[in-house]
Structure formats: structure tokens, C-alpha cells
Design a protein around this ligand. Sequence first.
Ligand SMILES: NC(=O)c1ccc[n+]([C@@H]2O[C@H](COP(=O)([O-])OP(=O)(O)OC[C@H]3O[C@@H](n4cnc5c(N)ncnc54)[C@H](OP(=O)(O)O)[C@@H]3O)[C@@H](O)[C@H]2O)c1
Length: 252
Amino acid sequence: MTRRALVTGATSGIGHAYAAELAKRGYDLVIVARTTDRLEAVATHLRGRHRVEVDVVTADLATVEGVARTVNRLTDSARPVDLLVNNAGSSLAGWFGTTDIADEDRQLDLLVKAPMHLMDAAIKTMAGRGGGQVVNVSSVAAFTPRGVYSAHKAWLLNLSQWADIHYSDVNISVQALCPGFVRTEFHERGEMDVSGVPRWMWLKADKVVAASLRDLDKGKTVSIPSLRYKLLATLAQYLPKSLVTRIAKRGR
Ligand SMILES: NC(=O)c1ccc[n+]([C@@H]2O[C@H](COP(=O)([O-])OP(=O)(O)OC[C@H]3O[C@@H](n4cnc5c(N)ncnc54)[C@H](OP(=O)(O)O)[C@@H]3O)[C@@H](O)[C@H]2O)c1
């Protein structure tokens, strides 16, 4: 039987790589983002290449209406979703405490409230249907205090870990994907200067997604793509306070 995945932020970067890989694996798709023409271009390409159904939902997930539209599609019992990928995200230029608090609210809505609402809807419908899967795109930033973005990602990591344990009884698995630096549009959109990030720290979106789906098949709750970031995430738990302070001062 054909399975269906809903991927948010599927027009670029990591979300696009999920959509492409899942279509290759034969999943029908529902793809979500704000930019309709980019969504249509991705849909046309994937339909033609992989002979799968691709539905498009134009929605701003930082808004109540955008989340409601996506929840409606997610809970449509005529076209059920087996895998939810909560991926859409962005970063705000500037340090918390200097930024506009209305912009911070939108970030909270996009990075925390939207995945929470979509995960709530997915769990409720999947539990009634005998199971399903959720991937929440967090970040290695979740492992150290690096400002409000890393706080949002830590929230998502923590909830995913709990939900994976709690809902295993009803055959629902929840993964938190925690990538390091990935070459996407993310840093340019967030006006981040990443010129000092060494080459070895950069990952490719398709490799990140391959690791996530491999870990999902194995039932791993926390997926950290690449050995170098697995090591860094482990070390982050034992860092001396002086180093944590240095990292925190550079985060935002
Ligand atoms: N790149 C990295 O180094 C990195 C590392 C760790 C974690 N992450 C996380 O990975 C996820 C994907 O980021 P990416 O690197 O792939 O970034 P990206 O290339 O900028 O892609 C972001 C995607 O999200 C969509 N999006 C942004 N704001 C949205 C909104 N308000 N409503 C709906 N869709 C929205 C964008 O499409 P539209 O603009 O058309 O809406 C786009 O499809 C994010 O959650 C990010 O925090 C990224």
C-alpha cells in the first residue's frame, strides 16, 4: 500500500531533500511552505520523476490560519498521512534582547507552536489508525545554550524524546533530527555570517536526510548525522563552563 508523508518547508534545503528522498521511496506527498510557485515547481518535478501524488499546501506556519490549513490536510481521513516531517524553520538576525519581540513571537510560532500543533494532530489521527511516524527537525544547537533558536530546538528535542517513549504503545515513533551546519538557504536568509565555519563542519542535505531515515527505520529517537557531530554532541554534555560560556556568547 502506498504511504503518504507531509513535509513542511519542502521547497528548499533539508525539507526539499526529504521530499525528494521520500518520493524516490514511493511515498505520496503533501508539501507545505509559503511560496506557491516554488511548491508547484517541486511538485511537478517529483510527480514526473517518481510517478507519485504530490499535493501542495501554501501556508505560513507562523500564523494560526496557516497551521489550521495544514492541520486540516493532515487530519483528512480520506487521504491519511503516515509520516509527518516538521521541518520548516528560519533564524532571526540579531541577539535575543536586541531584536523586535514581535519577530521573536513569530519565531516561537514557527519553531515551537507549529510543530506542536502538527504533532498533536498527527498523534491523535495516527493513534486511531494503528500507528505512524513523526520526524521533528531540531538541531545540534539544542545541546548547548546558544540563544533563543537553540532554546526552541531544545524544546522540540525534549518533547520528541518523551513522545517517542509515551506513544510507542500505539505504534507511533517520533524522531528528533539534530543536524550541524547544512548547506541550504537557511544562513543567508537569516543574515548569518558563516564565512568562519570550517569546511569539515558542513553537511549535505541529502546525506542528513539519508541518516535520518536510516535511523527512523532503526527506531532511533535522536538522529545526529555524521560521526563528527555525534562526537561534538556527546562532548557538549561534558564541556567545562568556560567553553560553554564562549560558545554561548557567539550564539543567538
Ligand atoms: N541549515 C542548517 O545548518 C540547519 C542546521 C540545523 C537545523 N536546521 C533546521 O532545518 C530546518 C530546515 O532548514 P533549512 O536549512 O533547510 O532552511 P532553508 O533552506 O531556508 O529552508 C526552509 C524551508 O522552510 C520554509 N519556511 C520558512 N519559513 C516558513 C513559514 N513561516 N511557514 C512555512 N514554511 C516556511 C521555506 O519555504 P518558504 O520560504 O517558501 O516558506 C523553506 O522551504 C529548519 O527547522 C532549521 O532550523 C538547519
